[in-house]
Structures are given as C-alpha cells and as structure tokens.
Design a protein around this ligand. Structure first.
Ligand SMILES: *Cc1c(COP(=O)(O)O)cnc(C)c1O
Length: 349
C-alpha cells in the first residue's frame, strides 16, 4: 500500500484566534509574546504568525533567527520578533537588517552582536538573559554587571538598545520557580542601578504564566497554550482548545478493522496502538495498530471506504487531543505535534 496518501492536518484559524484572545485576556496587564518555535508547534509558523498579528499580538518569539526573518517577510515591519538562539555572525547580520530583537545569554554572544552592529552601522535590540538556576544559558551573577555595562556602552554609541531582561523557569516546583524569580528581580534591580531601564522583562512560559500571575513580567512567552496544547497531567484551560486536527481516510475494510492510509507519515508512535481511541463517524473507536503506511481502527456499523478518521483533534468525534494522546504513552502534547513535518498536507477550515 505504498501509494496511500498521507493524513491531512486541518488547522483552524478561528480556534487559534480565540485561544490567543483567551490567553491575552488572562495575562493582562502583562503583554503576550506568542512563541511559534518548531514551525508553530507543527501547525505552521507563518500561518500562526499571520493569525496572531490579526488578533493584535505585538510580539512573536521564534527561537531561531531564520524563522524570525521568514516571519518578518510574512507580517511586515510592525510586530516585534524575538529570537534567542545563540547564532553565527551571518545570522546576526540578517537579524539586525530585519529588526529582530535578540535574546543574549553569554558575554561572547553579546560582544559578537555589538561587533556586528558596529560593522553594519545598525542598532541591536538586546534582551539580556539572566541565569536564574537552569545553568543552560544566561549571564551568571558574576557576569551580569559586565554584560549590562558593555550593552549600555554600546547603547551610548548608538549601536545597541538594551530593552529587556529575560530568563526561563524549570517549572518543576513552585519553590524553585520562586527562587528563580528572586534571582531575576535582583538582576533587574541591579541593572537599574547601573542605568538600564529594561522595559521588557519576561520569565514565564505557558504553565507558569497561566497558573502563577505573580511570576509574570511585563511580557510573557506563551507557545503551547496558544495552540491549545495543555500540559500533560495539567489543568483544563477554559477558553482554549486544540487548533488543529489530523485526519486520515478509510481505504479498506478488513474484517473487524477499518484501514486508513497515512502514507509516509511516520509521526504516530506505534506504542499508541491499543491505548487510545480515534474519532470516527460513529464516535470513538480503538486504534488497533499503527503500520508503516496505514492505521487499523476497530470498525463500526456502516463503515465505508472514504470515511474520515480523526487521529487527534479537539474531541468532537470522540478522538483524543494531542495532550491525551501524549499522556497515553508518557510524553507531552508538543512531542506529538512536532512530528508534523511541513510535508504533511495542510487545509484551512
Ligand atoms: C518553548 C519556549 C517557550 C514557550 O513554552 P510553552 O511551554 O510552549 O509556552 C518560552 N520560552 C522559551 C525560552 C522557550 O524555549
């Protein structure tokens, strides 16, 4: 059955729009930076960015610079773009030309960004990252004064604007996150003493943003919840729903199974078989097997070639959401969505 066509991802602009409105309302007066990394959590970064801007979002976070450049072309010059991957000089140059805000977490990267701004006669918009305990990236307490001083010196020379401070939380326990926030606020206060204003202060991603208002800064960076992916084992999110469904078409009825083609799509872990239900025209049915180019589903009265099976979605036909699918095999919803490569066909609904 090697010629079976793959599943279709139906992305729902109205749902994404409503999710963004719900998240924005919940976080106010903090401002939403919508994170669209990993190709917009599998739904399409450019698609998501257009809808976000239409919904009034003024900040988009991309992780890497190439995605930010792509989005700048897509959405024009108004909204701010934030890329935080430590990047090569050619990418820094492209970011400076496209007016992308840069997240900077090492002294070496800070110096390279400033050097590239000097070389191009540009002004780099910099958000300095504080190491608040994850020790992955971020200026340590010992490096902080030096980083702030060098950024301010570049600002005096017209080659930088030190606009923000940021960090990332482990979200493992409230106590750890509280301690991280205390380190973050101390760094912001110290930068103030050194003469930096830092209007943009951001620390939290989806879970902490939603549940812990006291940790929010002037900006919050929210990805998963905007796309309707709730946390595994986390609370329900009022006003927020999965913004896409993955649909396959029945190609054969084989005894007690309806067989639906998934082509070369290899994004469904075979360990899901027997553990989850998918949506069918007759309601939820057990997923029996995931094969190289097809799935087998417990059949139903009147099942026919051409019927649609919803592999995951919002639950409208009894299917799992990305998160409940993920919970069945001990992972997170992002993991399921990030298996959707750009080769999976998209349809707007
Ligand atoms: C992925 C990411 C986010 C968004 O995380 P969600 O849990 O999807 O909201 C925010 N900030 C950073 C640095 C990230 O890498």
């Amino acid at each position: 059955m090697g010629s079976l066509s793959g599943p279709v991802l139906r992305v729902d602009a109205a749902v994404l729009h409503a999710n963004i409105a719900a998240v924005s309302a919940r976080v106010a007066p903090s401002v939403l930076m919508m994170v669209v990394k990993d190709d917009g959590y599998g739904l399409g970064a450019a698609w998501a960015a257009r809808i976000a801007v239409g919904a009034g979002v003024g900040w988009l976070g991309t992780y890497d610079i190439p995605t930010a450049i792509l989005l700048r072309q897509e959405i024009g010059s108004g909204p701010r773009l934030f890329a935080w991957a430590t990047s090569a000089d050619e990418e820094i140059d492209a970011a400076l030309r496209a007016d992308v805000d840069l997240g900077v977490g090492t002294l070496d990267y800070l110096r390279r960004v400033i050097a590239r701004a000097e070389a191009l006669g540009a002004e780099a918009r910099i958000h300095l990252k504080v190491d608040t305990g994850l020790h992955r990236n971020g200026l340590s307490a010992a490096e902080w004064d030096q980083g702030v001083a060098e950024a301010l010196q570049a600002q005096e020379a017209g080659r930088a604007l030190l606009v923000g401070a940021w960090s990332h939380l482990a979200e493992a326990s409230d106590e750890e996150d509280d301690a991280a926030q205390a380190r973050f606020l101390a760094a912001v206060a110290r930068a103030g003493e050194l003469g930096a204003e830092l209007p943009y202060r951001h620390l939290t991603a989806s879970a902490a943003t939603w549940a812990r208002p006291e940790l929010r800064g002037t900006l919050v960076r929210v990805g998963a919840f905007c796309f309707g992916i709730r946390s595994a084992d986390g609370p329900d999110l009022p006003g927020v729903a999965p913004a896409a469904e993955l649909v396959a078409t029945v190609v054969a009825i084989d005894g007690d199974a309806a067989v639906a083609g998934i082509g070369s799509f290899d994004g469904l872990p075979s360990t899901l078989a027997g553990r989850v239900r998918v949506g069918t025209p007759a309601g939820p049915r057990t997923l029996l097997a995931v094969e190289p180019d097809a799935v087998r589903v417990a059949s139903w009265e009147g099942a026919a070639v051409g019927d649609e099976i919803v592999l995951f979605g919002r639950g409208a036909s009894g299917e799992e959401t990305p998160t409940t699918l993920a919970e069945a095999i001990g992972t997170v919803g992002e993991e399921i969505l990030c298996r959707l490569t750009p080769r999976v066909r998209r349809e707007d609904c």
